[in-house]
Design a protein around this ligand. Structure first.
Ligand code: SF4
Length: 263
């Protein structure tokens, strides 16, 4: 079954795997077998692939590996397509499924950072806590083989227990969508979870807990006043965010704002 994937290109494999498995990506070697499907717990199948692409198993071309736990997001930021595409009730794997995927990577000898490629890792807080409660002892028993990072909404800062569990499970950084320091724009675009506490306090809280904050900003949201760039620069400097990422609203299909604009 897996051998069928061998002749497909990387994008096809990415599209095919979707929510069902874990990808190990080699972003630098197009045309080679640079990606494979793990996550089923079927180590034997993965090992058979190693005969066709030995480089896959060495990790020499990968900088990071990916595992997915959930899909969907409970929020409705109107410039985002996630809750429209995947729903507001995040679906999750079981802790056993995720641990089996990590165990597979461990058995294969791969020792690289793992990015949990969820839309919003904490979209289902009850389920993510159940995962982390099992993940932390697994990490300790295995000698913390993978530094973890992920994407999460800023309300992470409101949950001390969740922050502690993530640290215990060996998370070292988290990507959050700040979008803009302008509260009017956040409210207008329904990013209400970013207005419930001062943004700087929220970033400080996550940093102090031990997680490096990577942050996304959007230039030109509705309600933004002149000086947006300077406000973002001031914010990044004040919070010492080492990795800001910028984008613009665009007209992304299947977003609330796109439907509003296109009538
Ligand atoms: S919190 Fe993030 S993933 Fe969820 S709707 Fe808003 S921008 Fe999209």
């Amino acid at each position: 079954m897996l051998s069928k994937f061998v002749n497909l290109n990387l994008l096809t494999i990415l599209g095919t795997v979707g929510h069902t498995g874990t990808l190990v990506l080699n972003q630098n070697a197009w045309g080679d077998l640079t990606s494979t499907l793990l996550g089923s717990g079927l180590v034997e199948q993965v090992e058979s692939l190693s005969q066709e692409s030995p480089r896959l198993m060495t990790g020499e071309c990968q900088s990071e590996m990916s595992v997915q736990f959930s899909r969907g997001c409970p929020f409705e930021c109107e410039f985002c397509d996630i809750s429209v595409r995947y729903g507001r009730k995040p679906r999750t794997k079981t802790p056993a499924q995720v641990l089996a995927e990590l165990e597979t990577l461990y058995i294969l000898g791969l020792r690289l950072p793992v990015f949990i490629v969820d839309d919003n890792f904490i979209g289902n807080k009850r389920h993510v806590k159940l995962l982390l409660q099992e993940l932390a002892p697994w990490m300790a028993e295995h000698g913390y083989p993978f530094p973890l990072s992920t994407e999460a909404s800023l309300n992470l800062a409101e949950d001390d227990e969740l922050l502690e569990l993530m640290i215990a499970a060996n998370f070292s950084s988290v990507f959050v969508g700040i979008e803009t320091p302008n509260t009017d724009s956040l409210t207008l675009t329904k990013k209400h979870q970013n207005t419930r506490q001062p943004l700087r306090d929220a970033v400080d809280k996550i940093n102090r807990a031990g997680l490096r904050v990577m942050a996304g900003f959007i230039i030109g949201l509705d309600g933004e006043k002149p000086g947006a760039g300077d406000r973002i620069i001031d914010f990044v400097e004040a919070t010492a965010i080492p990795h800001p990422v910028f984008s613009y609203p665009g007209e992304k299909p299947r977003t609330i704002i796109f439907d509003l604009v296109s009538g």
